[in-house]
Design a protein around this ligand. Structure first.
Ligand code: NAP
Length: 457
């Protein structure tokens, strides 16, 4: 802190891993800084709570480590406050010495093929949000589905395929809401396809996740013809070579008495989705790569009869009202975390971390070094231009806007309620998904009873 001046006040917008890593980096590097970590949800942890697959319980341990930043009296969680509707960018800039956008990538990519709007054609994100107990998630019905196809060969496709193929017994100890467990337990799915528009050497899934999927007990993996065409193992990097080796092993594996099949089909891209009142089939075209490395069709078609098509083809960031946005890349334009203004010049005061800074790539840990870069620049800017302006008080701002933010103590009450519900259901935790219940527990410490249909914030 500069002698004679108040501690710097920083708002972080988004309480997912990238926002929390940013808050932590601020605390480590500046012993006086005050940090408010905002989120539109009443709960912290973003994609850690609502994106990491429920059967990956070891990942949930990261949450306990991230939560420690809120033990710092200088760091507060400000939940259930949305930038853009509850507060404006100008509000934050008038109240804080710096603002760090950590809003993630909350929009889906579209396939842009005919039939994409049919019932049964959905984003994998919808399924992930539903099985993760996100309060905005639509209930997902698996009724009448025996064959599901995921388009895209990244870790989201792998997560979704694995959850659809697991047995009720395997899912029972997870923290999914009971209604989700019930729907999955009633599933009649016998075939799950993962379809890539290029080859295994181009797939973005990671080997640990791929192997876990390929070796699920009771599942017969089938690697369809042509997957390994044109692969020169000697030219591959370590991860890709390991992926290809795992797929070759799976292609040779046999699972006698398998209860379901996992199909891996490469070199095909969706042409159209066909059906009547719902999806009935996915029509694909065989692809190859031209001399420029572009994916091009060969003219050969292939049909998969199916009732569910899930696009797992990546996410993109959403613009925040008033904040510069690169629509092509789906990110906030920046130079090493400093937001570029309308003239393309990076200027002090606004910063960005995580997927909204670099696009939806990397694992949770990637956000640590990413946040370190941004926060180093933020603190250097604060040092270079000592603050002289008297800022509005955040509490005054919330009062003017009629806001009642949720706090970290409120989240701890929600967490205890989820643990209590889990004990009743014979597991460690059962997630509470309804807005009304989350807010009732936050406000009063009491559950709000069963959720009502159309329950919103
Ligand atoms: P991703 O890794 O970017 O994979 C997207 C896939 O969709 C790619 O195979 C891509 O193929 C394909 N694709 C894109 N547009 C397409 C189109 N129009 N038609 C057909 N295919 C298309 O995205 P993600 O799986 O959504 O994952 C997002 C991030 O979350 C990644 O960083 C991932 O590692 C991370 N994540 C990690 C875990 C974990 O660690 N367990 C779990 C979930 C997610 P091309 O390569 O040909 O473009």
């Amino acid at each position: 802190m500069i002698p004679g001046m108040e501690a710097a006040r920083v708002a972080v917008v988004g309480a997912g891993p990238s926002g929390i890593f940013a808050a932590r980096a601020l605390c480590i590097r500046d012993p006086d800084v005050l940090v408010h970590v905002y989120d539109r949800l009443p709960t912290p942890f973003g994609l850690l709570r609502y994106g990491v697959a429920p059967d990956h319980t070891s990942m949930k341990g990261i949450q306990a480590a991230l939560a420690r930043v809120f033990e710092e009296p200088r760091v507060s969680f400000i939940g259930h406050v949305e930038l853009g509707s509850d507060l404006t960018r100008a509000d934050l800039l008038a109240t804080y010495d710096a603002v760090v956008y950590a809003a993630g990538a909350s929009e889906d990519r579209q396939l842009r093929v005919p039939g994409e709007d049919l019932a049964g054609s959905r984003s994998a994100r919808d399924l992930v949000a539903w099985y993760s107990g996100h309060p905005d998630a639509e209930p997902q019905s698996l009724s009448g589905v025996t064959t599901a196809v995921t388009v895209g060969v990244g870790n989201v496709a792998v997560d979704v395929a694995r959850i659809l193929l697991r047995t009720p017994e395997e899912l029972a100890p997870t923290d999914m809401p009971q209604a989700v467990l019930d729907e999955l337990a009633g599933s009649r799915i016998t075939d799950v396809w993962i379809v890539g528009r290029r080859g295994p050497q181009h797939a973005s899934f990671t080997t640990v996740e791929l192997r876990e999927l390929l070796t699920l007990p009771g599942i017969q993996p089938i690697v369809h013809d042509g997957a390994f065409d044109g692969i020169d193992e000697a030219t591959l990097d370590r991860r890709t070579r390991a992926n290809v080796a795992a797929l070759r092993e799976a292609a040779a594996a046999s699972a006698p008495d398998a209860r379901a099949r996992l199909h891996l089909l490469f070199w095909h891209r969706p042409l159209r989705i066909e059906g009547d009142d719902r999806v009935r089939r996915l029509v694909l075209e065989r692809t190859t790569i031209d001399d420029d490395g572009e994916v091009v069709p060969t003219g050969a078609e292939r049909v998969i009869d199916c009732e569910l098509v899930l696009r797992a083809i990546g996410y993109r960031g959403q613009p925040i009202p008033g904040v510069p946005f690169d629509d092509r890349r789906g990110i906030i334009p920046n130079v090493a975390g400093r937001v570029k203004n309308g003239q393309g010049v990076a200027q002090p005061g606004e910063y960005v971390v995580g997927w909204i800074k670099r696009g939806p790539i990397g694992v949770i840990g990637t956000n640590k070094s990413d946040a370190a870069e941004t926060i180093a620049n933020l603190l250097a800017d604060l040092q270079a231009a000592p603050r002289s302006v008297v800022r509005d008080l955040p509490e005054e701002l919330w009062r003017r806007r009629g806001l009642r933010p949720t706090t970290f103590a409120d989240w701890e009450r929600i967490s205890l309620a989820e643990e209590a519900r889990g004990i009743e259901e014979g597991r460690d935790r059962s997630k509470i998904a309804a807005w009304s219940e989350l807010l009732d527990i936050a406000r009063t410490g009491q559950g709000g009873g069963p959720p009502t249909p159309g329950d919103g914030p």
